[in-house]
Design a protein around this ligand. Structure first.
Ligand code: GNR
Ligand code: NI
Length: 176
C-alpha cells in the first residue's frame, strides 16, 4: 500500500503554534493538497485535519463526520479554504475532544454549541454552513489549528502540562 499521504505533526512542534496564511487562489495544486490531506485524515483515522498538522501554513481544512469512514461509498468529505466563523450561539456545548497532533489524549472542551461558517469549497465557490454537535466542535477545533491554537490551550496549565508530558513520554517509548 502506497497511499499519497502526509506525515502528521505531533506536539510540541512549533508549526502547531503558528498562524496559517490566507489562500489567494483555489487551483489544482491546492486541490491536490486537499485530496492528500483527506487521505491522510482517513488513514489516521480522524474526523478533521488542518494544514498546520501536515506542516503546511495555508488556511485549509478537511472534515468528514459520516459514520463509517473506512467504507469509501459512505464518505462525505467537507473541504474548507479560508474558513471564518460568522456567527456563534450563546448556548455552550461540552464534548470530549482528541487531536491527531496530541495522540492518545482526550479532555472535555466547552465551545459554542452552534456556529455558522463561511468558506470557499473545493471549487473555490463561496459557501456557508451551520454546524452543531460533533460537527460544531470539529470545525471550531480545525479553525483553531489554523490560528495556532490546540484544544489543550483551553485547559488549566496543570492539565495541559500533564497531557503534553504524557505525549512526549509515549513518543519516546514508541521510538525505542
Ligand atoms: O479526529 C478527531 N476527532 C475529534 C473529536 C472531537 C473534537 C474534535 C476532533 S478533531 C480530531 C482530529 C484532529 O486532530 N483534527 O485537528
Ligand atoms: Ni486536532
Amino acid at each position: 500500500m502506497n497511499k499519497e499521504i502526509y506525515d502528521i505533526i505531533i506536539v510540541p512542534d512549533p508549526v502547531l503554534k503558528q498562524k496559517a496564511q490566507e489562500v489567494q487562489t483555489v487551483d489544482d495544486a491546492l486541490r491536490a493538497q486537499m485530496d492528500r490531506m483527506l487521505e491522510t485524515m482517513y488513514d489516521a483515522p480522524g474526523i478533521g485535519l488542518a494544514a498546520n498538522q501536515v506542516n503546511l501554513l495555508n488556511r485549509v481544512l478537511v472534515m468528514d463526520f459520516s459514520q463509517r469512514e473506512d467504507e469509501e461509498a459512505s464518505r462525505d468529505p467537507i473541504y474548507m479554504v479560508n474558513p471564518e466563523i460568522i456567527w456563534e450561539s450563546d448556548e455552550i456545548s461540552e464534548m470530549d475532544e482528541g487531536c491527531l497532533s496530541i495522540p492518545g489524549q482526550y479532555a472535555t472542551v466547552e465551545r459554542p454549541a452552534q456556529v455558522r461558517v463561511k468558506y470557499l469549497d473545493y471549487d473555490g465557490k463561496a459557501q456557508e454552513g451551520l454546524f452543531e454537535g460533533l460537527g460544531s466542535h470539529c470545525v471550531q477545533h480545525e479553525i483553531d489549528h489554523l490560528n495556532g491554537v490546540l484544544f489543550v490551550d483551553y485547559l488549566s496549565s496543570l492539565k495541559r502540562n500533564m497531557i503534553l508530558k504524557k505525549v512526549l513520554k509515549d513518543q519516546k517509548l514508541k521510538a525505542l
